[in-house]
Design a protein around this ligand. Structure first.
Ligand code: PEP
Length: 256
């Protein structure tokens, strides 16, 4: 695992102010688990309230618009989420790609907007079950990654995290084998090195996402080139999310 694993909770379209107590509990526990970088991406409406609660954890958004401002009813710009306290944006999540028809090109320009607003990007990639069954998963994911990285991005170690999230593993309770995760993460690493060179490409953390929970976290986080996890369902309570954070911290304590 990476020097400092990164565990990020994606609350998706879940959470009202009643959930701030969960964020507070996660933040307080993270203060004693400093070996792990912990972050939450609540819905837009909770970014500022969670930011106000957070003394330790990072706070981010789940998406942003590609433009700065203007006539886009219902949309939120990168500058707006940064102003609310977001330090990063999750982009290219498969639910955005599927529900909103987001293309690689759009994800890439959204990423440029996020960087321009001073935020980091967590870029999601992942194949469908059909693509995996056809033996084309690595090819698909590496092409998706290349086409989704913002063109202006030139300091990947500071600005970019990649999340490998096979679509068929999201919210299903199914996960790839540790070997399959390792193989995909190595392919992603090779793509990053090709794009950014040995040094820059080697420093980007690659998260695994898809049905991570406190019971399987240890095994999944130990897979080759896994630098942390992007967690959906299991991030909605402090108890289950912290189970994953603790698993990451324990792995850090293990001799290499
Ligand atoms: C996600 O959608 O980012 C995710 C990983 O979801 P889950 O953990 O619920 O599979």
């Amino acid at each position: 695992m990476a020097e400092r694993p990164y565990i990020v909770g994606n609350w998706k379209m879940n959470g009202t102010r009643a959930m701030l107590s969960q964020a507070r509990a996660i933040d307080r526990a993270a203060q004693n688990l400093m070996k792990v970088e912990v972050a939450l991406a609540p819905p837009y409406t909770l970014i500022h309230p969670v930011h106000r609660e957070a003394e330790q954890i990072g706070v981010g958004a789940q998406d942003c618009h590609a433009g700065n401002e203007g006539a886009h009813t219902g949309d939120i710009s990168a500058g707006m989420v940064a102003d609310a306290g977001a330090k990063f944006v999750i982009l290219g999540h498969s639910e955005r790609r599927q529900d909103h028809g987001e293309s690689n090109a759009l994800v890439s320009v959204k990423g440029a907007a996020a960087l321009e607003a001073g935020m980091r990007v967590i870029l999601c990639v992942g194949e469908s079950e059909e693509t995996r069954d056809a033996g084309k998963a690595e090819n698909f994911v590496t092409r998706q990654l290349k086409a989704s990285i913002p063109e202006s991005l030139d300091n990947p170690e500071e600005s970019l995290t990649v999340a490998y999230e096979p679509i068929w593993a999201i919210g299903t309770g199914r996960t790839p084998t540790v070997d399959d995760i390792g193989a995909m993460h190595r392919a992603i690493r090779a793509t990053l090195v090709e794009r950014f060179g040995e040094e820059g490409g080697a420093q980007v953390r690659i998260l695994y996402g898809g049905s991570v929970n406190p019971d399987n976290a240890r095994e999944l986080l130990a897979a080759d080139e896994v630098g942390g996890a992007l967690v959906g369902g299991a991030s909605l309570t402090a108890e289950s999310f912290l189970g994953i954070v603790i698993a990451a911290a324990e792995l850090q304590d293990q001799p290499a």
